[in-house]
Design a protein around this ligand. Structure first.
Ligand code: HH2
Length: 261
């Protein structure tokens, strides 16, 4: 899943793609690099980010989704607002990726009214304050319990289980230790039988480990994506599609040819 942020304040790409034409060019570049899904977002969810109004989010995302609707790959909309979900699905998106796991009133109904895919992500707190003092007794168990409850809420609304993917939400109200525990324990989420999505690309946990700024986290991001896939992730949300694909191709070759004599 290639990330296209149409935001002036994304932590990872500094608002570089805020304008429609640059965002479209970035989306096409990610498709050329081999992205299987494009994730289009109009609201930054980085730590400390302010919320964006519905009209702004619609005007950032909908024209881009319309321009990409025939690109041949599924388009995901990264939003927590039911209005944006509905408009994005009407414009051609086929996946709703919600960092708030559809808790907004009307969000579950918005996805249940269509046949879209759904990504349910765990977050502790809200972006503005989530990194101030994250606390868990058992982070893997608590994240798993939350995601199971959200999955059940979506199932009850009539969404088929094969439409739902789960995401532990790396960096969303988590310390470095919490993030590492979740990466180590990713197979516990995979055991639910839903596809697992992991978003580690360029995140501050990689900065904490390597000491590198966000502009210099390519190698760490590729390593993190590979480790997530080895532990059961089915979808990796990344900014650097070509490099990630190469790393995964090496792993896949090893897996597929492992039994050859
Ligand atoms: N991370 C970000 C945004 N959306 N969605 C899912 N499912 N999983 C994630 O880990 C995830 C996400 C944050 O990263 P980014 O889009 O690069 O930055 P920003 O939120 O500042 O636009």
């Amino acid at each position: 899943m290639g990330v296209v942020n149409v935001t002036p304040d994304s932590f990872s790409d500094g608002g570089q793609f805020a304008r429609f034409d640059t965002a479209l060019a970035q989306a096409r570049r990610l498709l050329d690099e081999g992205a299987d899904i494009l994730d289009i977002g109009g609201e930054s969810s980085r730590p400390g980010a302010a919320e964006v109004g519905t009209e702004d989010e619609l005007s950032r995302t909908i024209p881009l989704i319309e321009a990409l609707r025939d690109c041949g790959k599924p388009i995901s909309v990264d939003t927590s607002k039911p209005e944006v979900m509905r408009a994005a699905l009407a414009a051609g998106a086929s996946i709703v990726n919600d960092v708030r796991a559809l808790v907004a009133p009307g969000a579950v109904d918005a996805v249940a009214a269509s046949d879209c895919g759904v990504v349910l992500m765990h977050m502790q707190g809200a972006p503005r304050t989530m990194q101030l003092e994250p606390r868990y007794d058992d982070v893997v168990a608590e994240v798993a319990r939350f995601l199971a409850a959200r999955r059940d809420a979506v199932l009850v609304a009539g969404v088929a289980p094969e439409r739902i993917a789960l995401d532990p939400g790396f960096g969303f109200g988590k310390t470095l230790e919490h993030n590492l525990a979740l990466l180590r324990g990713l197979d516990a989420l995979a055991a639910f039988g839903q596809p697992v999505l992991a978003g580690l690309s360029r995140k501050s946990m990689l900065g904490a480990i390597t000491g590198k700024p966000v502009t210099d986290r390519l190698a760490a991001s590729v390593a993190a994506a590979l480790l997530a896939v080895q532990r059961g992730a089915n979808i990796v949300r990344v900014h650097d599609v070509a490099a990630t694909r190469d790393a995964l191709a090496v792993w896949q070759a090893l897996e597929e040819h492992g039994e050859a004599r």
